[in-house]
Write a protein that binds this ligand. Structure first.
Ligand code: ATP
Length: 358
């Protein structure tokens, strides 16, 4: 078990001439023992590069990687004491489920009674107990991937368990169950886990801390609540939440934002802002459609999602998505929105600016 430190880690696959040539831009971060992290971002944003640097498949072009105080930057994977779970099952078809789960422990000459106890514990967590004596060959793809997960989790002495999109082959109906199960397993086992995914639901269900990546950069590292309530970058606002955050160009003066000629109260007081592109952001959850009171808008469309209704409106010339209160009926396209000042954020060149208590 270890804490893992990224000390100025960056990586370019070729010879870098500009910052744009880095698949992973400079990153300082400490992964704490016992925590569950997700690396989340769209395809090509650098998730796998970062995971491979931690596992030893890629040597970073810059910076140092420490496992506790030990510099492992140039050590091969075998000397890093990590477990890995990949997208597709890595198991031995001719062995039984129990033998597969025991394999990483037997390899390290763990005493037999300890192996049996640990295999039973992990099998119970993953609902594999009934299959322990079956040959892996005859099992479904889902069950095989559960064995892979079990093999990744069976050692209690690893520095970290790394998961690379491990639920890709899992039947969609089972995904939800397995996702929650992995979270429970993490709580029970006290291991540092790092989980790569491009699926926000997967990341937010599993992780204590999510590293949101875009274009080779970690744009925010925070709890699921942080990412939802205080997106530090407009990308996080767009990417987290469904639909994402609303952004509108604005002028900001103290506790007021001027948007399309309307004065909107803010929850904080802002000093004069640096030059740049100023926007305010608010999640659809905190923009409420109303019949009167608030800023006048034109309703373009209502999406009824069963548990909630969302109104696509225009505020002046700007599109905005707002929540329709459950008891509200609409006739015509004239309406208003109230925007919760406490949930309005201010961004300069896509980066959130913190104000002061008003
Ligand atoms: P995905 O979800 O599609 O796997 P990712 O977020 O894991 O994407 P990476 O695979 O880390 O992203 O890729 C980051 C960037 O580095 C991409 O532009 C990719 O084309 C590039 N890249 C990845 N591997 C290599 C390689 N071996 N050689 C050259 N470029 C690479």
């Amino acid at each position: 078990m270890a804490r893992i430190t990224l000390d100025g880690i960056a990586h370019a696959y070729g010879r870098p001439r500009t910052e744009q040539d880095y698949a992973l831009k400079k990153l300082d971060h400490v992964w704490e023992q016992g925590m569950a992290y997700a690396l989340l971002g769209p395809s090509g944003c650098g998730k796998t590069t970062l995971l491979n640097i931690i596992s030893g498949l890629v040597t970073p072009s810059e910076g140092r990687l420490l496992f506790d105080e030990r510099d492992v930057t140039r050590l091969p994977t075998e000397q890093r004491n990590i477990a890995q779970v990949f997208q597709f099952p890595v198991i031995y078809d001719t062995m039984t489920v129990a033998e597969n789960l025991a394999f990483p422990l037997r390899n390290r000459r763990v005493p037999k009674p300890q192996i049996e106890a640990r295999v039973a514990e992990i099998a119970a967590m993953l609902d594999l107990t009934a299959d322990l004596d079956r040959r892996a060959r005859n099992l479904t793809a889902d069950a095989k991937q559960k064995i892979s997960l079990g093999r990744g989790l069976v050692r209690s002495d690893v520095s970290a368990v790394l998961f690379d999109e491990p639920l890709t082959v899992i039947d969609p109906a089972l995904k939800w169950e397995l996702r929650s199960k992995l979270k429970a397993v993490h709580r029970a086992l006290d291991l540092l886990m790092i989980y790569v995914t491009h699926d926000q639901v997967e990341a937010l269900t599993f992780a204590d801390r999510v590293v949101v990546m875009n274009d080779g950069r970690a744009v925010q590292i925070g709890s699921p609540a942080d990412l939802f309530e205080r997106p530090e970058h407009t990308f996080v606002g767009y990417f987290i939440g469904s639909p994402g955050m609303n952004f509108m160009p604005a002028e900001v003066h103290g506790t007021t934002a001027l948007v399309e000629g309307h004065r909107l109260p803010l929850g904080q007081a802002y000093p004069p802002l640096p030059a740049g592109r100023i926007q305010v952001g608010i999640r659809p959850d905190f923009a409420m459609l109303s019949r009167d009171g608030g800023v006048p808008v034109q309703v373009r469309r209502i999406d009824d999602l069963g548990r909630r209704r969302l109104a696509h409106v225009t505020l002046g010339s700007r599109p905005l998505i707002a929540t329709v209160p459950p008891d509200m009926t609409l006739d015509g396209s004239e309406a208003a929105v109230t925007l919760s000042p406490a949930h309005m954020h201010v961004y300069v060149d896509d980066v959130r600016v913190e104000g002061r208590a008003p």
